[in-house]
Design a protein around this ligand. Structure first.
Ligand code: BGC
Length: 757
């Protein structure tokens, strides 16, 4: 009887959908009908819900709304829930989701109590639908006290080690569930192709292939088998084209031709959808004059129709309201809600009030938003809640997660930091250092956990890292603890200046460890008008170089800070990115040769302030006229650069065939030998160049990579498979094609030509 009832309900829902699809001009046959058990359960629950309950499920508020404090924008400390406000949110407005921290990180026990309170309230509602709590656990569960913080995404990309990224994500998921939270707003799948952008470090760098493969590894690590209480729902973000605002400033307009959107920005999302990511967050910005939150084309036609995404699409922070207040495409907030819900959003990160719920109910009643659209959104939300097992187990208990913050997790974080540090210069093999070397540690990033962790660390801007991570080592601490080192700040982010003292100390030392870069930031507070290295840091470097002592430069920064003025003055350069809580320990091991560097740059490192070019640029980016003017394409360091303390020789590049049919494949292999004096890890990078094409081809593009470990004297054969996919691009008609013709395959300086028929 029950089954019959469910089947009837499914039929009703399906027939409603077919009505709405007709309105959209699409026939139902384009949409596969899924009749899994889960869908039936969803349909059954949905059929019992009132409109207000459904709209409540689509509403996400921030934690401050239900805490004690002056208003909905802040919580008083110590943080406490306000039971009347919790009641209002869950019973009156029936909200389905809550996010964020109350401005400070919480202990696991506080997270547990908080989320349990919500779930207990939700259990008293007629439908007993659990809340889905979401958090930005972007490099570990960074809003939980004592959590394992990993390198930020840009550093993870620099490892070129997918297994390690997956392992880090798995630990992050475990520790997020240990904090009773089942939904993680990560990973960022935008490409970091504008070095000014203050969230560049939240990306996997500038390359399509690296970004999409790392994204999949991270999603697999987070989600494992969804429903397992050690895993979380991932949230790929920010769909689509968020990372390349023309001005470089966060949330300002981007201009991206559709061809480029499809070739560069869509693939990572496509792969992530195929890998099963169950949620997605939308880009706050506008592309070509259309705010993405209002784009039915991107949110419905491309995301649902082409990519086949059937999970939750959540807005970013207050972005529906911004359609009215910032982007000015909606005359009222109500119009903005109508626009965005009809474009295809499922959940609104409102996050400060209940206007969304009230106005959306009105819009449905007036017929401006169809109930089918609401059913569609709510079905997806309910489905993810079911997939996560929240109905059976609404709150995970920290006591079931004994490995939280354990040494074994710290080891993985340190390993990731070790593999992320990228050695870009090592003049006369100054590194590794002799054990007894007398070191001066100096510079604004030397003695702060903020520059190791970046934003989204303990709080939004990472400004409390020195307080909450005081048991972890800064660079100055690891070196002074390990013996023969002195620390003098030199210059600080607060404007203090004791360069003279640093110079004095340098004279007494064998070598200078100069730590430059940036303080922590993210999003719009991190906007900048210049990524030139600040004058006081340059002054410090210049003053120190006058001592004649060797200088090892360590860069801790979220984006490439231009330092061409002092590059010739330093003997070694280590790009550290934002390596996390164990970054300093990793660096010590690397400098003393306990570890061998293996990171590679996931971005081009610009040399000049007005000449930003990505590595896979076009041939016409490099127009040089001999004896007249120099090449325009002049980088400080290039994507893929990174040295080791050992040396690797590449030989015998071979291909299984010189020709390939459109449905064929070619095996490529190369022998790599460790010809140096110590064990090392090497990332083998395979680049392909399309020699002639109907759209100007890129000079080269990464199409494969593999990280291997070789003992001294050891050789390994590394193989790759090339199919049509690796030879394709998006043509003028917006089709992904591989045009017949010649292609060049390159692994380091070895090259082979193949022909596609
Ligand atoms: C950011 C998102 C983040 C969200 C929730 C927004 O301001 O753009 O990346 O997930 O806040 O914290």
């Amino acid at each position: 009887m029950q089954k019959l009832y469910i089947i009837l309900l499914v039929l009703i829902v399906v027939s409603c959908n077919s009505e709405s699809n007709k309105e959209d001009g699409k026939s139902m046959s384009e949409k596969p009908i899924k009749s899994t058990e889960l869908d039936n359960e969803v349909a059954s629950l949905l059929s019992k819900m009132t409109l207000e309950e459904k709209v409540g499920q689509m509403t996400q508020i921030t934690l401050d709304v239900v805490t004690k404090g002056d208003n909905q924008y802040s919580s008083s400390q110590p943080y406490k829930l306000d039971s009347a406000l919790v009641y209002k949110a869950i019973h009156t407005y029936k909200v389905g989701s809550i996010l964020n921290t109350p401005g400070v990180p919480l202990s696991r026990q506080d997270w547990y109590k908080t989320i349990k309170t919500f779930q207990d309230e939700a259990a008293k509602t007629p439908r007993q639908i659990p809340i889905i709590y979401g958090i930005d656990a972007i490099h570990g569960v960074n809003y939980t006290i004592g959590a394992t913080l990993f390198p930020q995404q840009i550093g993870l990309a620099a490892t070129f080690n997918k297994d390690l990224v997956k392992e880090a994500a798995k630990i992050s998921a475990y520790e997020t569930r240990a904090s009773s939270i089942p939904w993680n707003f990560s990973p960022v799948l935008g490409l970091g192709r504008n070095p000014l952008w203050p969230r560049l470090w939240e990306t996997f760098g500038e390359d399509v292939y690296l970004g999409k493969t790392m994204g999949v590894a991270m999603i697999e690590g987070y989600q494992g088998t969804l429903g397992d209480p050690n895993t979380v729902a991932s949230c790929m973000k920010h769909y689509l084209g968020y990372s390349v605002p023309l001005s470089g400033k966060d949330r300002t307009p981007a201009w991206i031709p559709e061809r480029e959107l499809r070739q560069y920005f869509l693939p990572a999302f496509k792969e992530a959808v195929d890998a099963g990511s169950v949620t997605l967050m939308i880009n706050s910005g506008e592309i070509n004059g259309v705010p993405v939150h209002a784009s039915k084309f991107l949110l419905t036609d491309v995301l649902r129709g082409e990519l086949g995404f059937d999970g939750i699409a959540v807005t970013d922070w207050a972005d529906i309201n911004y359609l009215h207040t910032r982007h000015k495409v909606a005359e009222t907030i109500k119009d903005a809600i109508k626009m965005s819900v009809n474009a295809g959003i499922d959940m609104s990160m409102v996050p400060h009030d209940f206007e969304f719920s009230e106005l959306l109910v009105e819009l449905v009643k007036e017929g401006s938003v169809s109930e089918e659209r609401i059913n569609d959104a709510v079905s997806r939300i309910l489905k993810v809640k079911m997939q996560l097992g929240l109905f059976e187990n609404p709150v995970t208990d920290p006591k079931d997660y004994p490995d939280f913050g354990s040494d074994k997790f710290a080891e993985v974080s340190k390993k990731a930091a070790v593999e992320s540090f990228t050695l870009l210069k090592n003049k006369n093999n100054i590194l590794p250092l002799e054990k007894g070397a007398k070191i001066l540690v100096t510079g604004p990033t030397a003695n702060t956990m903020r520059s190791l962790n970046g934003g989204w660390s303990y709080n939004w801007q990472g400004s409390e890292a020195d307080n909450y991570a005081k048991d972890k080592n800064t660079i100055a601490e690891t070196f002074t603890n390990s013996g023969n080192a002195t620390f003098i700040q030199g210059v600080s982010f607060e404007g203090e200046n004791n360069i003279n003292e640093a110079v004095k100390a340098a004279k007494q030392s064998d070598v200078i460890l100069l730590c430059l870069g940036e303080n922590s930031y993210t999003e719009t507070p991190g906007n900048t008008n210049s990524i030139l290295m600040p004058k006081d840091q340059i002054d410090l470097a210049k003053a120190l170089s006058k001592t004649g002592k060797k200088i090892i430069l360590v860069l801790l920064e979220g984006r490439p800070i231009i330092f061409n003025e002092i590059e010739p003055l330093v003997d070694a350069v280590f790009m550290g990115y934002l390596p996390g809580n164990y970054g300093a320990d990793a660096l010590t091991d690397l400098l003393f040769g306990i570890e061998n560097p293996s990171g590679r740059l996931p971005i081009n490192y610009p040399k000049h302030p007005h000449a930003f070019v990505n590595y896979n640029h076009k041939h016409s980016d490099n127009i040089s006229v001999p004896n007249y003017y120099d090449s325009d394409y002049d980088q400080q360091y290039e994507f893929g650069d990174g040295l080791s303390y050992t040396s690797f020789e590449y030989a015998d590049l071979s291909i299984s065939s010189k020709e390939m049919n459109q449905d064929g494949s070619i095996e490529v292999s190369v022998n790599v030998t460790n010809t140096g004096s110590r064990k090392g890890k090497e990332t083998v990078l395979l680049f392909i160049s399309d020699l002639y094409a109907s759209i100007t081809p890129e000079v080269r593009a990464l199409k494969g990579y593999d990280k291997i470990t070789l003992d001294k004297g050891e050789s390994k054969k590394v193989s790759f498979t090339i199919t049509k996919d690796e030879l394709s691009f998006v043509n003028e008609n917006l089709e992904t094609v591989a045009e017949p013709g010649d292609f060049e395959i390159r692994i380091r300086d070895l090259k082979k030509k193949i022909k596609l028929k």
